[in-house]
Design a protein around this ligand. Structure first.
Ligand SMILES: [Zn+2]
Length: 183
């Protein structure tokens, strides 16, 4: 969401980019401004998926005031597998294609299949940064599980296995959710 706003070059996007470039977290009020803006657009009218947001209780409470969610999906996975996935991730700086040296490597090592560009590792995917991210998750994001469980919105998804397998489980979980009678 923030990356899209930055790519768009809007006033909000530029403000967020200043923080990202400086290595700072984008402040909650600015994140919520970006979110409010996007939820009001026509493409959000048929529904939307928030990925990586909210990340803390303050954001979750602000989101509760902004909109109503149908479901919150918890991707349940062992920390070791998270580290493997993140540390293996490589991104093409030119076209944005995402690879993983362990699970979905490019045909030629270190090169994008589409344009031959040299693949890069995001600074926050390096092992020392991943340890910090997991710690921040435990302290700030994990409490959201209780927040959404209490509201009856939380669905737990076994996120082990390939992307295709997990996507299939996710589709089934969301489809089953619609069949559950309310009340
Ligand atoms: Zn590429």
């Amino acid at each position: 969401m923030l990356r899209a706003a930055v790519a768009e070059g809007s006033e909000l996007g530029r403000a967020a980019d200043d923080h990202i470039r400086a290595g700072r977290l984008v402040p909650d009020p600015l994140v919520l401004e970006v979110l409010r803006d996007r939820l009001q657009r026509p493409e959000a009218a048929r529904g939307f998926v928030l990925d990586g947001f909210p990340r803390n209780l303050a954001q979750a409470e602000a989101l509760d005031r902004l909109t109503t969610l149908d479901a919150v999906v918890y991707f349940d996975i062992l920390p070791r597998e998270i580290v493997d996935r993140l540390s293996g991730r490589r991104v093409c700086p030119s076209c944005g294609t995402v690879y993983n040296v362990l699970t979905s490597p490019p045909r030629a090592a270190g090169r994008c299949d589409r344009d031959g560009e040299e693949l890069q590792q995001r600074p926050d995917d390096r092992p020392e940064a991943i340890r910090v991210r997991l710690q921040v998750y435990e302290e700030q994001t994990a409490p959201l599980l209780d927040h959404y469980r209490r509201r009856g919105l939380l669905r737990s998804l076994d996120a082990s296995g390939t992307a295709a397998v997990v996507a299939d489980r996710l589709r089934k979980l969301l489809a089953a959710g619609r069949d559950v009678p309310s009340g």
